[in-house]
Ligand binder design. Structure first.
Ligand code: IPD
Length: 288
């Protein structure tokens, strides 16, 4: 069934996309314009390297306030702790800075990611994006899509349709991936990469899953996989890939935090066939 059929009857996904674009750009400008010169790490989360800066918190506050103003009946789920149920059937899934480590180091590959989803906030893994926007405030690239409307890249006044790569040969495919903050998990992810790296053209680790997915939509990467992504890392990007003609899957049909594989169908199925048997996203301690 098309995701459009899950939408509340009075909701137009194009309107949600407009909201996603507006708030992503506002938050993106904030993190660049108001970045303190002495920006440091405000707190850490899952490990000493899983960081939050004061601008992550400020960006999420701005997103929450703007969404409450524009869509007061919707729910919001954010990376930095927002979890607020709504009554409209729409939940916004936001990443106030995806690529926080790049942001800290002033590497210009970070973005604000905003997605309008349908589904149950109590089961965030299964929220289904119906509109979304990813904004890189340094390049001013705004990637956006709504269900059934195609994916687009806007830079200022210029806008173009996005299409995934036409590459079908895995040996010629440029592969994107990423790693988690937990060092034991990263070691398992590295082991998995050794099963893949010699079979593709080359590998890129950009440092922002949202921008990785948008790069897939724009054909700047041919195929991408990562284990351990959270809903806010992937919600907008996975819709943008699907609307650019790509496929996004997980261990089973739907992407989850265990695994996301994205790209043109042929490459996604090949990648899945290589990575699925390894099951390296399973912590051996969890299975013991
Ligand atoms: C991280 C980035 C990174 C990916 C990690 C994510 P954050 O998100 O998207 O590329 O490899 O898995 O956690 O922490 O910068 O919002």
């Amino acid at each position: 069934m098309s995701v459009v059929n899950h939408l509340p009857v009075d909701v137009d996904p194009a309107d949600l996309e407009h909201v996603a674009r507006c708030v992503a750009v506002l938050a993106g400008r904030l993190i660049v314009d108001e970045r303190p010169v002495d920006l440091g790490v405000a707190q850490t989360k899952s490990s000493r390297t899983d960081i939050v800066t004061e601008m992550d918190s400020r960006s999420e506050q701005l997103l929450r306030a703007e969404l409450a103003r524009l869509r007061p009946d919707d729910g919001v789920l954010g990376e930095e702790g927002t979890s607020q149920a709504g009554s409209s059937g729409i939940t916004w899934v936001v990443d106030p800075i995806d690529g926080t480590v790049n942001y800290l180091y002033e590497i210009p590959a970070y973005a604000v990611s905003v997605a309008a989803c349908v589904g149950d906030l109590a089961d965030p893994e299964r929220l289904v994006p119906v509109a979304g926007a990813v904004f890189n405030p340094v390049t001013r690239e705004l990637f956006h899509a709504y269900a059934g409307g195609g994916a687009r890249l806007s830079v200022g006044e210029h806008e173009r349709r996005l299409e995934v790569s036409a590459q079908t040969d895995p040996a010629l495919a440029l592969l994107g991936t990423g790693f988690g903050y937990d060092s034991a998990k990263r070691a398992r992810q590295a082991a998995l990469l050794t099963a893949v790296i010699s079979r593709v053209r080359d590998v890129r680790r950009i440092g922002s899953a949202a921008l990785d997915l948008c790069s897939i939509a724009a054909g700047r990467l041919d195929v991408y996989y990562e284990s351990g992504l959270n809903p806010w890392d992937r919600a907008a990007g996975q819709l943008i890939v699907a609307e650019a003609g790509g496929v996004v899957r997980g261990v089973d049909a739907e992407p989850t935090s265990d695994l996301v594989v994205a790209g043109p169908q042929v490459l996604v199925e090949q990648l899945a066939a290589w990575v699925l048997p390894a099951r390296t996203w399973i912590d051996p301690a969890r299975e013991a």
